[in-house]
Design a protein around this ligand. Structure first.
Ligand code: PLP
Length: 395
């Protein structure tokens, strides 16, 4: 399967063929319609039969949404992509397509919170059990596999601690046991990581983040081989109905046009700020897979071609003080999500995610502002808490 370079990817997202149906309009008009009508029963019935490919009704196949799907499939190196109303709609549909009643899931314990809740709690009502594992340990993953394991769910890098899973090794292991694999590829984007080429069955994304890129839309996608995607489209996509609207697809397509360009910039912005933070005396550890200090830096270099600008750091300064530090920041706004143009910060106790550990986890999203100004902003907020001796250490 293909692993396009950033330059080739830029062509995939930038080039449209001339389309005479639209008078050569440089962007295609939005198909803002719920249904498609026919003047022949033969085509109507044929289209109904082929609803996963033909436009009949916009809960099925809408050309504006299909356009985005076609590009995402190309970027990920998959046969088919389907867009959903949100990343979670894509994740829950992908998971449901892979499991059945009484089945078992192995999931990395650092996966996106609502995904963990969906597999670990919600699916219990269908007698589906999930074992959460430390994704850095192939042994632990292998040990968790049971006779009824149907799915191994990965998120590499994870989006709070940024630890990796060895994608090809896990894919090979799963294949040998007939287990489906899913990777959440939101952080690296198709620009920097190609899980399908590493042997993974289905890739999911929250398009809300980097792909959309402008903090103005919510969406998700599943990409994979036709043999897995076709039944998924007939079932989880059409029956659960968590579709992406044409208006949203158009917005996300606009974001996608510049994804490779933006990712290159995000990567350098993120590394500049992460590298600076690493030297700060109040920072104990920076979690960013592209820093040489990351314990899985070598694995990162083998399975990723680059990365994003969302990372975290750990400090012994209390959560309360770091929240004051965050409030003092000028450029970093307090908020969840990420992937837009604006820098963001969230501060939480590490024990929220890892009950056995103490300390404070600060997650930063580095936006597109001047990194000199971002660093000066972080520095002046650190100085303020130091001056006011507002940093009682956790012992
Ligand atoms: C945001 C996010 C999701 C969920 O996406 P939504 O579009 O918010 O539903 C899934 N995985 C990761 C890694 C995310 O950051």
């Amino acid at each position: 399967m293909s692993q396009n370079t950033l330059v080739q990817q830029q062509t995939i997202v930038a080039h449209d063929e001339h389309d005479e149906r639209h008078q050569g309009a440089v962007t295609k008009p939005i198909y803002q319609n719920s249904l498609f009508t026919f003047n022949s029963y033969t085509t109507f019935l044929a289209s109904m039969k082929e609803e996963i490919n033909a436009s009949v009704y916009s809960r099925g196949t809408n050309p504006t949404v299909s356009e985005l799907e076609m590009r995402l499939a190309k970027l990920e190196g998959g046969d088919r992509a389907r867009c959903f109303a949100s990343g979670m709609a894509a994740i829950s549909s992908a998971v449901l397509s892979a499991v059945n009643t009484g089945g078992h899931i192995v999931c990395v314990d650092e996966a996106y919170g609502p995904a963990v809740q969906f597999m670990g709690t919600y699916l219990q009502k269908f007698d589906i059990e999930t074992t959460f594992v430390n994704g850095t340990s192939l042994k632990e993953i292998e040990g968790a596999i049971r006779d009824n394991t149907k799915l191994i769910y990965l998120e590499s890098p994870s989006s709070m601690f940024f630890s990796l899973q060895d994608i090809s090794a896990i894919a090979a292991l799963a294949k040998s046991r007939g287990i489906t694999t899913i990777v959440d590829n939101t952080w690296a984007t198709p620009c920097y990581q190609s899980p399908l080429a590493l042997g993974i069955d289905l890739v999911v994304h929250s398009l809300t983040k980097y792909v959309s890129g402008h903090s103005d839309s919510i969406g998700g996608v599943i990409v994979g081989r036709a043999e897995l995607m076709n039944p998924l489209i007939k079932n989880e996509y059409l029956l659960l109905g968590g579709i992406m609207t044409p208006a949203t697809a158009n917005l996300i397509m606009r974001g996608l046009r510049t994804l490779p360009l933006r990712m290159e910039k995000f990567q350098s912005q993120g590394l500049t700020v992460a590298g600076w933070l690493e030297k700060h005396p109040l920072v104990k550890k920076v979690n960013h897979p592209l820093l040489p200090s990351h314990p899985q830096h070598e694995l990162a270099a083998t399975q990723m071609r680059g990365g994003g600008s969302l990372f975290s750091f750990e400090t012994e300064v209390t959560v309360e003080t770091m929240r004051k530090w965050a409030e003092r920041l000028n450029y970093f706004r307090i908020g969840v999500s990420w992937g837009g143009y604006e820098s963001l910060v969230v501060v939480n106790p590490i024990s929220d995610y890892k009950p056995e550990r103490e300390g404070t986890l600060v997650r930063l999203f580095i936006g597109l502002e001047d990194t000199n100004e971002l660093i000066a902003d972080l520095q002046s907020s650190f100085e303020a808490i130091i001056e006011q001796s507002m940093y009682p250490m956790i012992d």
